[in-house]
Design a protein around this ligand. Structure first.
Ligand code: VGL
Ligand code: ZN
Length: 203
C-alpha cells in the first residue's frame, strides 16, 4: 500500500496567508500530478481554536516568532493561523482533493502545539493516524506539504519511529526557514528516510 500524506496544504501557509511559507503554493500542482500514483491518500489539517496558546496574540507582551515554553516544551509563538472554520484553515482551492480518503486534524488542544500528524508535541495524545494506517496495512509512506521544517519534519520523525518506510517528495515540500530543511533532511536520511523528486513518483 503506497500512501501519500499531504501535510497542512492550507491557505494560511500559502503566500498571502497568516503564516506564509515562501513559494508554498508551488507544491500544489506537483501534488496534483502525483496524487493518482497512490493506493491511499490522506491529509493533515492544522486546526486551532482562536485561544490557542501557540499564538503570540494569546500571551500578553509577546511577539510572533518569539520563543517561549509551553507546558515544559519549547514553543515558537506564531501569528494566529489555521483558526477552526476560517478561510485560512481551508485547503488551497486548486488542490485536487478528490482522492483524499481521510483528514487528520491536529492542534485543537489549546495547551499544546501539534506539528506532527501522529502526536501532539508533548506526545500526550495520538491523532489515530498510525492506527488508521496499520489497519489499512500501509507500510510505505510518501510525504509532501508544508512546512518542511515544522509539520513535515515532525511527521517524518514520528512515521519513522512508528516503523513506516518514509519517502520525502522533496520538491513538493517548502519550509518556513529557508535552508533549515537541509539540516533536517540530512537528519532524516540518517534515520532511514529517502528523498525523491516528484517526477520519480510518476509511473
Ligand atoms: C505549522 C507552525 C505552526 C506547520 C503549523 O504546518 O508546519 N507550523 N503550525
Ligand atoms: Zn499551527
Amino acid at each position: 500500500m503506497k500512501t501519500l500524506i499531504i501535510i497542512d496544504a492550507q491557505n494560511d501557509f500559502m503566500p498571502g496567508g497568516a503564516l506564509a511559507v515562501p513559494d508554498g503554493d508551488l507544491i500544489v500542482p506537483l501534488i496534483n500530478k502525483v496524487v493518482h500514483e497512490f493506493d491511499l491518500v490522506v491529509a493533515t489539517q492544522d486546526w486551532h481554536p482562536q485561544d490557542h496558546l501557540s499564538f503570540a496574540s494569546n500571551h500578553e507582551g509577546k511577539k510572533s516568532f518569539e520563543k517561549t515554553m509551553l507546558n515544559g516544551i519549547d514553543q515558537t509563538l506564531w501569528p494566529d493561523h489555521c483558526v477552526q472554520g476560517s478561510k485560512g484553515a481551508e485547503f488551497h482551492e486548486s488542490l485536487d482533493f478528490r482522492s483524499v480518503e481521510a483528514i487528520f486534524r491536529k492542534g485543537m488542544d489549546r495547551t499544546v502545539d501539534s506539528y506532527s500528524g501522529f502526536f501532539d508535541n508533548g506526545r500526550r495524545k495520538s491523532t489515530g493516524l498510525a492506527g488508521y494506517l496499520r489497519e489499512k496495512q500501509v507500510t510505505e509512506l510518501f510525504l509532501c506539504g508544508l512546512a518542511g521544517d515544522f509539520c513535515v519534519a515532525y511527521t517524518a520523525r514520528d512515521a519513522l519511529k512508528e516503523g513506516f518506510s518514509v519517502t520525502l517528495i522533496e520538491d513538493a515540500i517548502r519550509s518556513l526557514g529557508g535552508d533549515s530543511f537541509q539540516r533536517i533532511k540530512e537528519e532524516l536520511l540518517i534515520s532511514g528516510a529517502r528523498t525523491v523528486h516528484h517526477s520519480e513518483v510518476l509511473s
